[in-house]
Each structure stands twice: as structure tokens, then as C-alpha cells.
Design a protein. Structure first.
Length: 367
């Protein structure tokens, strides 16, 4: 399970443990809200709306260790730390004057993560980040879920000055130029990022795991996307040949890419040993329009994904990702409980023969 920001609490750690979860992915950022989120939450505007990270202090060994200990009290381990705060690496993404200073800080963070026993750091090398969703009641039974439809809004609306990843990392500056790098420039920045940071990660015993673009369009908010096609994951891995250059493997994002075969992709990357951990998510449709679904009613046969991971010897963790809200007093908790239960059933039944597994899936769908 992923515990991020305000959800990274003792109560939610106990909730995870009660579901049988043993490993969690954490996001340590606790960001100030500076914009009214209501229009996004009720489906009138696109998002997500995140906030202001400009005062976020670099996560250090003491802070990470405090979180490790809190989770351990409930029998949980940290499988991965996910997403740097945008103000930690804004100039690395933007090619700005402070990129060297920010890189030295990231190296310190990676070393501290290794010392704290955190084996993976997930990241998404993107300027626009995740943006363009609408939260609409179109999931099964009217559940609220995320929908991307590039024809329904201006997908090239410029990013406000002083922002990356929908996050304000500094105040806006009057007359600032729009952020619109070329694709080649962004790949050059990624190559420098990996060349600098992967050797440090190797020494620290940490893997850097790259998330594909979501949404995987060619351009978003006037900026290029890096891993918006399946073959671009191969290009990223080829930049630095190291076990510490790995994949935060998002089933949903890869399925959203036009022309992708999620089963063959999963088999190939699992066989290569490059998958650090898996975002376990189902979707309907592909770019330019798709919707996120409950884990059991999208276009992907998730049981087949588990079978492939089993057959290819994958031994990392899988985490629920972008779970629709279930209408009740605790929408997030209910959605997570349902998804974790379904995943535990798939993993528990992965020892069945192919014939038995197909019969079980047919029974599940018919009921």
C-alpha cells in the first residue's frame, strides 16, 4: 500500500497491517494547499491540484528513520520512497542555475535513504507531471474515478511560472518566460541526472525507479513527455547500465499508451529483472481518452499480469494505484481494502494451474 503525505499516519499503518500488508511505499511530502480544490474534486476542472512545496526541507536520515520506526511498530517495512519534492530538483528538471546544488542535495538524500534501510526511490522525470484528470462519477456503480480526455480541455495550457508537477516551488516572477524545452533537452537533463545520481545510489544500496508518463501524451502543458511510448523505457534504461537504474512499473500508464501490449511488456521487463516495484492499476481505453477503474473491471486481465510476474520470477512488491473512491463514510479506506483483498486473492491463487486459474476468473466475472 502507498501511504502519502497526510495519510502517512499510525492509524493508517494499523489499517494496512490489518489488511495483511507487510510493505508500504511512502511519500514524505506534506504540502500546503494554496488553491481551492473543490472545482477539481467535483469534476468541474482538471487536476490534480497539489499545492506549495517551496518550504519543504530536504528529507534527512533522522526524518526517514522516524518514519521507518513508526511503521515498524505496526510490522511494516518501507519498500520504496516515492517522488522527490519538486523544490528539491526543480532546476534539474528545468535546466536552471541551481541544478548542481540541487544534485548534491539529492545525493545526500539517496545516501540517507540507504542508511535508513529504504531500498528504492521512485521518481518521474517530468515537468508537467500528472495533470489533465477529471474526477467523475462514472466508475462501477457511480464510483468517483479519474478520467483523461484530451479533447475536453486545453491540454497545452501553459504551466504558471514557478511551478513544476502542479506544485509551486517558488513565487512567480513577473515577465518570466514560458517553460517549453525540447524533447532532446529533456532527455539530456535526464541523462545527466542518471549519470550523476546512479553511482551514488549503487554505493548506497538503493535503486532509482522511473515511472512512465501519465498521461502518456506527446506533449502536456507545452512540455515534452519522456516515457510516453513503451520503447522509451528501453531508452531510459540504456542511458546508464546499472542495477540501480530500474523501473517503477505502472501497469495502468503502460496500458494507456496506444499500441502497447501490456502482457508482452510485462513479460519482457520482469524477465530482465529491471522492475523495482509495480503500480497495480487497471484502466479502460487509451490515449487520448481513458478512465481509471476498479482493479477487476478494466481492459487488463490482472490475473494474467500476476501469472506473468510469477512465471518470470518477480519478487518485488505490488501496490494499489489510483483506486476509485467507494461511496461510504471512508471512501479511500474502502477502496484500498477492496483492492488489497483482490490482490491478495490473485497472489494466493497464483499457484493454481492455468486451467484452474481461467476457471476461477470466469467464475469471478460471472458473479
Amino acid at each position: 500500500m502507498t501511504l502519502a503525505g497526510e495519510r502517512l499516519t499510525r492509524d493508517n499503518a494499523r489499517f494496512a497491517a490489518q489488511l495483511g500488508v507487510t510493505d508500504v511505499v511512502v511519500n514524505l511530502g506534506r504540502y500546503r494547499q494554496v488553491q481551492d480544490r473543490t472545482p477539481y474534486l467535483d469534476g468541474r476542472s482538471v487536476g490534480p491540484i497539489l499545492g506549495d512545496c517551496s518550504t519543504e526541507a530536504l528529507w534527512d536520515f533522522d526524518y526517514m528513520t522516524e518514519i521507518v520506526r513508526m511503521l515498524a511498530e505496526n510490522g511494516l517495512r518501507i519498500a520504496a520512497l516515492e517522488n522527490f519534492a519538486p523544490n528539491f530538483w526543480s532546476d534539474i528538471l528545468l535546466g536552471g542555475p541551481d541544478r548542481r546544488q540541487q544534485m548534491e542535495a539529492l545525493k545526500h538524500l539517496v545516501r540517507d535513504a540507504g542508511k535508513a534501510g529504504i531500498p528504492i526511490i521512485g521518481y518521474n522525470f517530468s515537468i508537467a507531471g500528472v495533470w489533465g484528470w477529471r474526477r467523475l462519477p462514472i466508475g462501477r456503480g457511480g464510483a468517483i474515478t479519474s478520467v483523461f480526455d484530451s479533447d475536453g480541455f486545453d491540454a497545452q495550457e501553459p504551466i504558471p511560472d514557478g511551478m513544476v508537477w502542479n506544485m509551486r516551488y517558488r513565487p512567480s516572477q513577473p515577465g518570466a518566460k514560458l517553460v517549453q524545452p525540447t524533447e532532446d533537452e529533456l532527455w539530456e537533463r535526464l541523462a545527466w541526472f542518471l549519470e550523476e545520481l546512479v553511482p551514488v545510489a549503487e554505493e548506497a544500496g538503493v535503486k532509482l525507479a522511473a515511472h512512465p508518463d501519465d498521461p502518456p501524451v506527446d506533449r502536456l502543458r507545452g512540455t515534452p513527455r519522456l516515457v510516453n511510448k513503451p520503447e522509451k523505457y528501453d531508452r531510459l534504461l540504456a542511458l546508464v547500465d546499472s542495477e540501480s537504474n530500474a523501473l517503477e512499473y505502472c501497469i495502468g500508464s503502460l496500458q494507456e499508451m496506444p499500441g502497447s501490449d501490456i502482457y508482452e511488456l510485462t513479460r519482457m521487463h520482469a524477465r530482465s529483472g529491471k522492475i523495482a516495484y509495480v503500480h497495480f492499476r487497471n484502466v479502460k481505453g487509451k490515449v487520448p481518452r481513458y478512465e481509471e477503474t476498479f482493479v477487476d473491471n478494466g481492459d487488463i486481465d490482472m490475473a494474467e499480469i500476476v501469472k506473468i510476474l510469477r512465471d518470470e520470477g518477480f519478487s518485488g512488491v505490488m501496490v494499489p494505484d489510483h483506486v476509485p473512491d467507494i461511496q461510504c463514510a471512508a471512501p479511500w479506506h474502502a477502496g484500498m481494502a477492496y483492492t488489497v483483498g483482490y490482490m491478495r486473492s490473485l497472489v494466493g491463487n497464483s499457484h493454481l494451474s492455468d486451467r484452474e486459474g481461467k476457471r476461477l476468473r470466469r467464475y469471478s466475472r460471472s458473479n
